[in-house]
Design a protein around this ligand. Structure first.
Ligand code: PEP
Ligand code: MN
Length: 263
């Protein structure tokens, strides 16, 4: 169902008053995790003013260690939704459990399936049944074929509102957190009609690489970007090393939009 041989025209995923894949560069930004009311309201305002299209923020954090900050959970989701609403931005957040899908849909505009759950087939089926737009991240060590098959589980439930997000894969290289697979972007653009966006934050794990890799993804044909931004990266409770400051994000938004108008 995801193949371009089945459907030749590109899928446009529709959200409140915007869409992904319709020709504009769709930029999603926000903190790795919602850490409190003040930080997310302030950040939402700054991101809206610089022309970001959607707010992101994790509240159920699937951390590698169970001893690391696990997110503010439902309380965080209500705060996130309030912050997005206060500036009129749609919001995406990760859902990690089948039983949470229905309730998360009441607060978010799009459901994120994280890398660690890309092959959680029960969860994929459930988000498929919700009919809600889904942001499907690439699995930690998944091939493009496996990733497209994961999308197929969602499409099979009659939900065609799926966006693929390249977030880097695990390789032998340890200088960066993951290896951002730039090949995946043009490859997917020819294999599938679904929109493809890039997450250079998890794709590199280093803030100084986020802007150049974002621009490479735009040049390669990405329909959008998802970038982690924190008001004070040094103090972030998760992924501070790869988070941009709002100032750095503002400069990236301008460069990415300029470049996009040329490709
Ligand atoms: C995220 O975007 O919040 C996240 C946890 O990323 P990933 O699932 O790609 O590791
Ligand atoms: Mn993160």
């Amino acid at each position: 169902l995801a193949g371009r041989d089945i459907k030749t025209e590109h899928t446009v995923v529709k959200l409140k008053n915007c869409s992904i894949g319709g020709g504009n560069l769709f930029i999603i930004a926000g903190p790795c995790a919602v850490e409190g009311e003040e930080m997310i309201y302030e950040l939402a305002r700054l991101l809206k003013d610089m022309g970001v299209n959607m707010l992101r923020g994790g509240v159920f954090k699937p951390r590698t260690s169970p001893y690391s900050f696990q997110g503010l959970q439902w309380e965080g989701l209500k705060i996130l939704s309030g912050a997005a609403g206060s500036v009129g931005l749609p919001v995406v957040t990760e859902v990690t459990k089948i039983q949470d899908v229905e309730k998360v849909c009441r607060y978010a505009d799009m459901l994120q399936i994280g890398s660690r759950n890309m092959q959680n087939f029960g969860l994929l089926t459930e988000v498929g049944r919700s009919g809600f737009p889904v942001l499907l991240k690439r699995g930690l060590s998944s091939t493009i074929e496996e990733w497209l098959m994961a999308a197929e589980y969602i499409l099979l439930e009659g939900n065609g509102q799926v966006v693929l997000c390249e977030r880097g894969i695990r390789t032998f290289e340890l200088y960066t957190r993951n290896t951002f697979d730039i090949n995946a972007i043009p490859a997917l653009k020819s294999l599938t009609h679904l929109p493809v966006i890039a997450d250079p934050s998890h794709g590199t794990g280093r803030s100084e690489l986020v802007a150049p890799v974002s621009l490479a993804a735009v040049a390669a044909g990405a329909d959008g970007l998802m970038v982690e931004v924190h008001p004070n990266p040094g103090q972030a409770l998760s992924d501070g090393v790869q988070s941009l400051t709002p100032e750095a994000m503002k400069s990236l938004v301008q460069k990415a939009r300029n470049l996009h108008s040329m490709v």
